[in-house]
Every structure is written in C-alpha cells, then in structure tokens.
Ligand binder design. Sequence first.
Ligand SMILES: *Cc1c(COP(=O)(O)O)cnc(C)c1O
Length: 390
Amino acid sequence: MSESQYQLETLAVRAGTSRTEFGEHSEALFLTSSFVFESAEQAAKRFIGEEPGNIYSRFTNPTVTMFEQRLAALEGAEQCVATASGMSAILSTCMAFLKAGDHVIASQSIFGSTVNLFNNVLKKFGVETTFVSATDVAEWQKAVRPNTKLFFLETPSNPLTEISDIAGIAAVAKSCGALLAVDNCFCTPILQRPLELGADIIIHSATKYLDGQGRVLGGAVLGSKKLMEPVYGFLRTTGPTMSAFNAWVFLKGIETLKLRMEAHSANALQLAQWLEQQPNVKRVLYPGLPSHPQHALAMKQQKTGGGIVAFELKGGKVEAWRVIDNTQMLSITANLGDTKTTITHPATTTHARISPEARAAAGISDGLIRIAVGLEAVVDIQNDLARGLA
Ligand SMILES: *Cc1c(COP(=O)(O)O)cnc(C)c1O
C-alpha cells in the first residue's frame, strides 16, 4: 500500500498484509524457524542475496515482515526492523552506529534501562554519554563534542511527561553531523511522527501501546533504508529478533491503535482535569492541560496529550502509598500502554535505584504518582483514587 494514499486508521488495519495461496483474511502466523528451497541453486541464490525470499527466521519471517511494513507505513518510514523488545531496539541502534571513542548525548529523562544501557553497558565498550535536560535545547548544543555521533530522547518523558522539542534538537544534531533517535513509545505514530519533525531514527517498545493489552514483548527501529541496513545487519548476526507469534499479536493490536490512543487520551485528559480539582493534589503533569509547562509545544508536535498522567500529592511517600494501597481496581504495576489502568510510585519502583539527590534534581518527589490511564470508565478510575486521596 502506498503510504500517501491512505489515512492512518486505514494503514493501521491494512498496511503490510500479504496473503498466501490459501487466501486467508486474517494475517497468517508463520511459526517456522526455517524455510525450504526448490533446488540447491535457489538456496545458493537466496544466501548470496541474488533472489529475495526467506531463509531463516532470525533473518526474516513473513509474519514479522507484515508487522514491519505496517508500522513503517504508520510512521512514514522507508523501513522498519522489528526486535525482541524495546531495549533490543535501542541496543541494536547503538551497536549499528557507535564504536569505541564515540560520544552520545541523551535526555536525562529517559527510560531507566536505557540510562543503564548508556551508563554501564556502552561505557564498557568505550562509548561515553552526556545526559542533558529534556526541555532545554541549548544544553544539547553545549554538550556537543567532535566525536558526538548520536542524540537520544524520549518525549513525553516518564514519569514527568516533559516534552522535548524534536525539531529544535534535530537541528542541533544535523548541524554537528549526529543522528537523532526518538523513542516514540508514549505517543505512537497516531499522536506523533518524529521523522516529519527531523528525527533520523524512531525507536518503539511495541510492548506498550502497539500491543495495547499487555501480552507480549517486542520493539522496532525505523528510518531510511540506508540507516536501517546496519541495524538489520546487527540483528541478523546477533539474534534479538522479534518472534513470529509476537509479530502476529502486534499486527492485531495495531489494527485498533488509533481508536485506543484517542480513547486513552480522552480518559487521561478527563482524569487530569479531575485531579487538578482535588484538594490534596499539589500539581498535575499532563501535556494536554494548559497548566503543563510545555503545553504549547506538546500541542504543536503531538495530536493529543497521550495516556500518561503524573501528579504530585501535598504529602510524601506515606500519602502516595496510601493512595496506591487504597485502590481496588487499578493495577499496581509499572507497565503502561494497557487497556487496564496502572498506578505506580516512581520514587520507590522505576526510579528507586537513583540516588535521592538525583531523584530530587530530576523532579521525581516522594509524593509523585504515575498513572497510565486505561480504557475503563473514567468515573470508576476516579472513585478508585478518591478513597486514598480523601
Ligand atoms: C518499556 C519502555 C522501553 C523498553 O521496552 P521493553 O519492550 O520493555 O524492552 C523503552 N522505552 C520506553 C519509553 C519504555 O516505556
């Protein structure tokens, strides 16, 4: 399907579908590790790349290919490389474009495991990372070194929903010859299309909204054909590829992505507005609220505020745990992007390993709660929170 011809909701349902001789309507699940050839000659041609076609599912698999083409169409990317998880998407990107002696500039408000990857794993191989403010473009400019090869950001950020100026940071990356990778997990292409704003590479944890129902792990890297070549090369050689079964689950999940993202956003906005009215809530962080520090930028680069709401209580840890422990319906878990609403206390879970000073500097206080708003009725979510908020 030509990407320009169809709207996003159409692409989400139909892009990438290819049928077998059986004419199945729903995409086929190819649970096979390898593929057979008609002759020794065909095998030889496939292996040296003279003839297109599948060889082995670490290299390509038809169900995974359908997922890649569907997501590529949604992001407006030439190519997509599917991976086993969001983290392996980030690792594959780093391994494709970085070598010993290179320098990375990353937003300090990125996913905890991504921070670990830069700080501990890549450091061991001689790659240095400077962490800068998610919201101050000038800091990115100041951190540039002659050996800077990669910029990495995530917007909105977790858990504070800080918004990074993708176009502004892309311009800085371009001026120093570095690549900009954007983790688009929170928005998905339904709400934000980073390539159109100047990013070179998009990262997804498909585990979250692309599946949408908390079932399987997966990830993706997207960009131009040229940039995806070394990413695919790393994956084909080292093996953190997406399983065919997971790709099939994601294909089904993506079909309802637009409906879900709109519903998550509408619920989140309504919940955020309600939270702002609660006497024991000090502040609410939601990009869709006019009170959000980067509301104008958020509304320029995203269609809606998304599904994640953070709020700070007037109290600290005791009060935050009271709200969480008084819920009866919400799921106490750090996962997000699910039809089921989840609630988490970042200071003692996702960000517990960071020093209290660093947490405070990042604005993650003991009274902060993050909610990944699901698709239940908002009134039921409110009632579940009201008990502990009283
Ligand atoms: C969950 C998450 C990841 C990591 O993805 P996995 O699929 O868990 O490996 C990366 N970035 C963001 C923003 C995430 O929320």
